[in-house]
Write a new protein. Structure first.
Length: 353
């Protein structure tokens, strides 16, 4: 598909899970792009009301519903040009205890979104995934991996459709709801030690704006069944905690180790070695085209794929790793951190007075 973000102007876009951290950010970006309408589908009426008041823009239209319910999605998608599918269950521990709920939302809900978009003649669907879908070890990652397969299989089974379905995959989004940085900041406010699972654990670090850039990149460049990954730096959880402690002037030992939670990995991968063997390096991004082999495997019984030999996954343990100073610089690029530091300075001045 050849297009540009300029083509978003005047279009109608549906954002599922639109009251979440990503959804709010992409909605504001879309409104700035000059879209005719952004439809926000979510099941939380309180968050919808909060966002409606925050935006104050009549082009933002709110649809109460759930991606688990096909009729909810069909109502919301009528007359839409593009869909950004962000609705998901994302918390690792809760998905471990309720794995079928993860399947219902992340897998079956995504199938509902793609099917409704195709039925309505939508031009493009971009589905959001996570690094936890690569070599998954927990229910959340497994469900997102299956979501990718369900979404991208559409193109394998319908080569003539006018709807382009693609996926994007990214790592930890800094300061998103439920992520570790807001937890650390809250602990600093309370004068508590930061609780970390394993100081040597590594994670990719991305801003919300980076995640929206990735979705826009997919919108512009996707062919049927493509998956896009934005390259990112990583850091250890220990260095992240030290960087935050330094920025907020915490003295003494900044953290205590509580141990790895169930279903957590020491590192995460944004792309597997098998995917990288067929990936296109686009500079800031990897484009991973769909595996277009059909069910006739005779060509692969006697011959293998030599391009996979010696490949490494794009893993948070092996990519460029930020040191404490590098993490501090990255954190200072976040408006939320700058606002927290300004508020912390005010509190210090009030105490001194």
């Amino acid at each position: 598909m050849t297009t540009s973000t300029d083509s978003l102007a005047g279009s109608r876009v549906l954002v599922t899970g639109g009251t979440g951290s990503f959804g709010k950010t992409v909605t504001k970006r879309l409104l700035a792009r000059g879209v005719a309408e952004v439809r926000i589908l979510s099941r939380d009426e309180a968050k919808q009301d909060q966002l409606r008041n925050e935006l104050g823009d009549p082009r933002a239209r709110f649809h109460l519903g759930d991606v688990r319910e096909p009729e909810s999605v069909h109502r919301a998608v009528r007359g839409v040009d593009h869909v950004f599918h962000a609705a998901a269950l994302k918390q690792v521990p809760s998905c471990e205890f309720f794995p079928l709920e993860a399947v219902r939302t992340n897998v079956l809900g995504s199938q509902n979104v793609v099917a409704a978009a195709v039925s309505a003649g939508v031009q493009s669907v971009v589905c959001l995934s996570t690094d936890k879908a690569v070599y998954p070890v927990n229910a959340m990652g497994l469900s997102k991996a299956l979501m990718e397969k369900v979404a991208l299989s559409f193109g394998l089974n319908d080569h003539v459709s006018d709807t382009t379905v693609s996926c994007v995959r990214y790592g930890n989004v800094m300061y998103s709801r439920g992520s570790v940085i807001p937890l650390f900041v809250d602990q600093i406010r309370r004068g508590q030690q930061l609780t970390i699972t394993n100081p040597e654990m590594t994670r990719f670090m991305m801003s919300l704006e980076d995640s929206v850039d990735l979705v826009e990149h997919a919108f512009v460049h996707a062919d049927q069944g493509d998956l896009f990954v934005k390259k990112a730096a990583s850091c250890t959880i220990g260095d992240l905690a030290r960087a935050l402690a330094n920025l907020f002037g915490v003295t003494g030992e900044p953290f205590r180790v509580i141990g790895t939670r169930h279903a957590e990995k020491l590192s995460e991968a944004l792309a597997s070695r098998e995917e990288l063997s067929r990936a296109q390096d686009m500079g800031e991004y990897f484009r991973i085209p769909a595996d277009v082999r059909d069910l006739n495997y005779s060509a692969y019984v006697e011959e293998g794929d030599p391009t996979q030999t010696g490949r490494l996954a794009y893993d948070s343990h092996s990519v460029e790793r930020l040191d404490v100073c590098g993490v501090e610089d990255l954190l200072l690029s976040l408006p939320e951190i700058r606002a927290e530091l300004a508020a912390a300075g005010r509190r210090v001045m009030e105490i001194a007075a």
